[in-house]
Design a protein around this ligand. Structure first.
Ligand code: PLP
Length: 386
């Protein structure tokens, strides 16, 4: 990247003018491709709820939501009322399910005001929603959340029967959906199967009462692994963003990474053997080296735990991060990059030539999952659509 190209980014980015050459690129084509790939694995009648919580796993939620709207996605899933309101304020009209627990229950009136759909996990929630429906003289839609083994939120299957009888036939509320969430769809077949069976018992009990609703349980891992669990709707998150729900990537899955994280060399120096790099002298040059400084650090979400571990790409070559990652800058070893220069574009995540750094690679260094690395890319990093 030369100076000219850096300033051209400034011009392209009308909403978030940025001057520091550190940014994330969101590849709309890759997102549309992933959505189509997921669709290709579903029965034509199976709907998609796209999970866009946490700013679409760090991928910039509004454009992602617009793509979903265009592509005929049935519904969006967010974590909180705030995330739902944000989408409404940005003109997103499609149905939005709040996957999180509504607390305090007074907040249900805010949910209704913004035409969001709450998840209800308790008898108390049902009672409050009935009260609200009566007050507003409206039928309040909701999805019932059943805890079949995730141990997070949801009514227990043994309590669900009694609750279904309270719900059934009430004019003030409508159980538009029923769902459960898997704890180990990526790793434990037997447990997932057990959760699925428990869920189907509750679904069947409700259908026996004559209730008509959308049943859903499959996250990305279940969607890709267990077609028999697709039911009426699936709930992919991570796969939409082209990231693997498994620790190890499965090359058979035709998923393309949507996010690339870029920066540029802003400072370059040759150092002698014995030179200390960054805080705490955690790296000492063992030989004469060429070191580049990049304007990105842990305040951008590039974890300090990647110090001396992760690679970045410069001119298509892998370069190790050396010394401790600081809040706003980090250093990389470009000794073996011919022609390395100030202004060179750097991929923290993404491809250059034949090389690619994946979010999964950073997650492996950190001993965590791709989800956390993607969500951690902070608001300080402007996102641009490409
Ligand atoms: C986050 C979430 C999902 C999406 O999970 P992925 O593993 O990202 O596909 C689906 N359902 C619920 C309830 C969630 O909270």
């Amino acid at each position: 990247m030369n100076e000219g190209r850096i300033s051209s980014w400034k011009c392209r980015c009308d909403e978030t003018a940025f001057y520091r050459p550190t940014w994330a690129e969101i590849d709309n084509k890759a997102f549309v491709h992933n959505l189509a790939y997921i669709k290709s694995r579903l029965h034509t009648k199976t709907k998609i709820l796209a999970v866009v919580k946490a700013n679409a796993y760090g991928h910039m939620v509004v454009p992602i939501a617009r793509q979903c709207e265009k592509a005929g996605v049935a519904m969006l899933g967010v974590a909180s009322i705030e995330e739902g309101i944000y989408l409404r304020e940005h003109g997103i009209k499609m149905p939005i399910l709040i996957l999180g627990s509504i607390y305090p229950l007074d907040n249900l009136s805010v949910v209704a005001k913004h035409k969001l759909i709450p998840s209800i996990s308790s008898a108390q929630g049902v009672i409050e929603l009935i009260r609200l429906g009566a007050r507003l003289k409206k039928t309040m839609p909701f999805h019932l959340k059943v805890d079949t083994g995730m141990g997070r939120i949801g009514i227990m299957p043994q309590s669900a029967q009694a609750l279904l009888k309270k719900i059934h036939g009430r004019k003030e509320i409508l159980m538009a959906g029923m769902y459960t969430h898997f704890s180990s769809a990526d790793s434990n077949r037997a447990y997932t199967q057990m959760q699925f069976s428990k869920f189907m018992e509750v679904v069947k009990a409700a259908r026996k009462l004559g209730m008509n609703f959308t049943a859903h349980c499959a996250n990305s891992a279940a969607l890709l692994k267990y077609p028999q669990m697709h039911l009426d709707m699936v709930r992919p998150g991570i796969a939409l963003y082209g990231l693997s729900p498994w620790q190890k990537r499965d090359k058979k899955m035709d998923l393309r990474p949507v996010l690339a994280w870029k920066t540029a060399v802003v400072f370059l120096k040759n150092v002698k053997k014995g030179t200390a790099i960054s805080y705490g002298r955690a790296y000492i040059a063992k030989k004469p080296m060429t070191i580049a400084t990049l304007p990105v650090g842990y305040a951008d979400g590039y974890s300090r735990l990647l110090s001396n571990k992760a690679d970045v790409l410069v001119r298509g070559r892998r370069c190790r991060v050396i010394g401790l990652v600081t809040m706003d800058m980090l250093m990389v070893d470009v000794t073996r990059v011919p022609g390395a220069a100030i202004g060179d574009e750097v991929a923290l995540v993404g491809a250059q030539g034949k090389e690619r750094i994946r979010i999964e690679d950073l997650a492996a260094h950190l001993g965590t999952i791709s989800y956390e690395v993607a969500c951690a890319i902070s608001h300080r990093v402007p996102r641009i659509e490409i």
